[in-house]
Design a protein around this ligand. Structure first.
Ligand SMILES: C[S@@+](CC[C@H](N)C(=O)[O-])C[C@H]1O[C@@H](n2cnc3c(N)ncnc32)[C@H](O)[C@@H]1O
Length: 261
């Protein structure tokens, strides 16, 4: 496996012998991974993960999902989240972001679920993501969000997405945001947690743990205007080795708040 391309041997773009092949080839070139065709013998014997367009969405598949389905950036609110815009700023996440916060940078956007929650609560939001695969899935999700009837009716634009390492990107922000939000991958407590969502387990299998969380935390403390919020499992030590100013607890997780002096 090439150190330059963490996806080589793990991921391919899959063309299911239907529609224009050009965007599939373009995505494969962009990610520097092979393009496989589902009509070829043994097409599924080389890589563990596939990207393809199904049902009008860009989807990530593992071997289990090859026959049916796929994981995509879900633009519908999660259970318990409000549909309206702006949704009320309540719950542990909103408390951690802070009452006076107006602008947020999500430096670890991943599947975009926290970002979309933050966006729906009406904060000004910028999304950062370093994995080119996740960035491609997010770009597709944000494009679908822009087409939603309620977005168009309210003349809203989806949050902006920058693909790249937040440790570098945060240093280039034209203005410090009120809050920088971090949700890096922590090692699981048990090898395979029955409680972990499949989409998160796949993310871990594909990308591994985020070993440079402390450097990201330091970059966020440097770049923020007022605070950094870190989402972590309830068993994890606070990032950066310091003591958070405040912590808000959710189900099996915690939002640690670090205020800038
Ligand atoms: C646990 S996931 C985030 C899940 C996300 N909060 C959600 O609601 O879907 C962590 C993501 O952060 C990204 N990430 C980790 N460190 C990063 C960095 N330094 N810069 C940009 N993205 C980073 C990883 O690639 C991964 O996609």
């Amino acid at each position: 496996m090439s150190p330059q391309n963490p996806y080589l041997g793990k991921l391919a773009v899959l063309y299911e012998d239907y529609g224009d092949i050009a965007p599939f080839q373009q995505l494969a070139d962009q990610l520097a991974v092979p393009l496989r065709n589902s009509v070829e013998a043994n097409f599924d014997q080389h890589e563990a993960f596939f990207l393809c367009w199904r049902d009008g969405c860009l989807k990530l598949l593992d071997k289990e999902l090859l026959k049916k389905g796929g994981m995509m950036v879900e633009i519908e609110p999660r259970e318990g989240e409000q549909r309206s815009w702006p949704a009320p700023k309540d719950g542990a996440l909103a408390k951690a972001l802070g009452r006076k916060t107006k602008t947020v940078v999500d430096a670890t956007t991943g599947w975009g679920q926290d970002s979309l929650h933050i966006f729906r609560m009406g904060y000004g939001l910028l999304c950062l993501e370093r994995s080119p695969v996740m960035a491609a899935l997010l770009a597709d999700g944000l494009q679908r969000l822009a087409q939603e009837e309620w977005m168009q009716r309210l003349q809203l634009h989806p949050p902006r997405l920058l693909a790249g390492n937040a440790i570098d990107l945060l240093a280039t922000l034209p203005e410090p945001p009120d809050c920088i939000y971090l949700d890096p991958m922590f090692p699981p407590k048990r090898k395979k947690s029955a409680l972990a969502k499949k989409s998160m387990m796949v993310l871990r299998d594909l990308l591994g743990d985020d070993e440079d969380k402390d450097a990201l935390f330091a970059a966020a403390m440097q770049a923020t205007g007022k605070r950094v919020v870190v989402k972590c499992p309830d068993y994890a030590q606070p990032l950066g080795g310091g003591k958070p100013s405040d912590s808000f607890h959710g189900k099996l997780l915690r939002y640690d708040v670090f205020l800038k002096n």
